[in-house]
Design a protein around this ligand. Structure first.
Ligand SMILES: [Zn+2]
Length: 469
């Protein structure tokens, strides 16, 4: 036995590190491979087709945690070494396409196409990439595979250049051990770049006074690209206002008044790649309420405030959207209008860590954080809260009446919070019944500067650790 031990150890070190992760240097060089593709379909169908493959700059991600252990996201990218069929990289993510699938139009059979990107460390040898989507039982089903020879002429090596200045705004060390957020502005003209810098300062300050980001600030780098747009502000289709901006952000995504997204993925990815990044944050130069955040795609938020509306609304949105895009968190609220038809199908457990269908009342998925003795489901003055919510929807967002009702709703959350801590509170994920959230209130629930609930904080901490340890 003693004689064979050194050989075994050598073999282990040859392909895997001690924690079972693939050895970075064996499979990858310090560059990024980017695969762009088109994702097309209806609610019931989906098709993938390759666009282009690129080599980008240094690999910004962790070199130890190459395999994703978090089980977040609707999709997963898996990269296999072709010769040995060993899984050498994986990462969960979500897409605008999977939100499209929940719209009424998509359910009617209308097709739409979205441009998407996956990135992974640049392989030394030929690889097979596989894209898989969750089925109703949360098992990943492979939908697309592609063999890539990194040395082939089908990998585009051109270096794209833009006249935009870049800087490392918060520097806590090498990208491989940090969460690298690139912040890009959209709708800032050349003479508004100073405002972009002010906005960056304001909103990153807010992020890093919010837990768990406050305690883990040293795990983050912030990079800026001073993106200049031709016009000031972004598209507002419902107002018939159109602007030519560098990143193509627009209000009224899926025709929802305050949902902001960009569909210009190629431009966005080209510009973001000017710096090493794990996460993209787009600040829009517009005071109109709105934002969006999709897991491992990007976060987007408005800046400033409209007259008569509270200043802190944009601060709430900035951190809330990052909860989606970085933490894979679901919306815990359910009283607002959204464009989705049954976003979370009945009988299917959402993959997000902070909402549940509660199929097993004895063992909710965050049961470790529930104080013993807390009833599940956990009682709260839901009927009163809901009737105020119905009333709220009768009023426009910027009226005194709206703000007054919203305040009454907040009082309910504050008053009854004294009774139970983490439990299972009915009403979450755009549904009033049969979906549960962990706490009475949370940054993913009410429009307020309230902290993330303990379940959301734990989930965010796990993601930070995946990038940094
Ligand atoms: Zn929460």
């Amino acid at each position: 036995m003693l004689k064979t031990k050194p050989i075994l150890l050598v073999l282990l070190f040859f392909t895997f590190t001690l924690n079972g992760a693939p050895e970075f240097d064996l499979y990858f060089i310090n560059k990024t491979m980017r695969v762009d593709y088109f994702h097309t379909g209806t609610a019931a169908t989906e098709h993938f087709s390759l666009d282009r493959i690129y080599q980008e700059g240094e690999w910004p991600g962790n070199r130890i945690n190459l395999i994703d252990t978090l089980d977040l996201g609707k999709y997963i990218l898996r990269v296999y070494d072709l010769r040995t069929n060993v899984l050498i990289y994986s990462r969960g993510y979500s897409t605008i396409f999977d939100e499209w699938q929940t719209t009424h139009e998509a359910k009617q059979g209308t097709f739409q196409t979205f441009h998407e990107t996956v990135r992974f460390p640049f392989p030394k040898n030929r690889v097979k990439i596989a894209l898989a989507v969750r089925d109703r039982h949360n098992h990943f089903v492979e939908k697309y595979t592609k063999t890539i020879d990194p040395a082939s002429r089908f990998v585009n090596l051109e270096q794209k250049k833009y006249p935009f200045k870049t800087q490392k705004f918060i520097d806590n060390g090498k990208p491989e051990n940090k969460v690298d957020i690139v912040i890009l502005g959209d709708g800032y003209k050349k003479n508004e770049i100073e405002k972009f810098h002010k906005d960056v300062k304001r909103y990153t300050n807010i992020l890093f006074v919010t837990q768990p980001f406050k305690d883990r600030k040293s795990d983050f780098n912030i990079w800026l690209v001073d993106v200049e747009s031709q016009d000031s502000g972004i598209d507002e289709p419902r107002e018939n206002k159109w602007r030519h901006t560098a990143l193509g952000a627009s209000y009224n995504s899926f025709d929802s008044p305050r949902y902001v997204l960009t569909l210009a993925n190629k431009e966005l990815r080209d510009i973001a790649a000017l710096v090493p990044y794990d996460q993209i944050y787009i600040l829009i130069n517009s005071p109109r309420y709105g934002g969006g955040g999709i897991f491992n795609l990007y976060s987007i938020s408005f800046t400033g405030s409209e007259p008569r509306l509270p200043e802190w609304w944009s601060e709430y949105v900035f951190v809330h959207e990052f909860g989606h895009a970085f933490g894979g968190l679901a919306d815990e609220y359910y009283t607002s209008n959204v464009s989705y038809d049954e976003f979370y199908p009945a009988g299917v457990e959402p993959w997000e860590p902070n909402i549940t269908r509660l199929a097993d009342k004895d063992k909710p998925k965050w049961s470790l954080l529930i104080t013993p003795g807390t009833p599940v489901p956990t009682p709260w003055p839901k009927a009163k809260y809901d009737s105020l919510g119905v009333n709220l929807r009768q009023h426009k967002r910027d009226t005194p009446e709206y703000i007054r009702i919203e305040k009454q709703m907040k009082e309910i959350l504050n008053n009854s919070a004294n009774k139970y801590g983490v439990g299972c509170y009915e009403g979450a994920g755009y549904a009033s019944t049969d979906i549960y959230r962990p706490s009475l209130d949370c940054r993913m629930f009410s429009k307020s500067l309230v902290e993330f609930c303990p379940v959301c904080q734990k989930a965010i901490n796990k993601v930070i650790t995946l990038y940094t340890r």
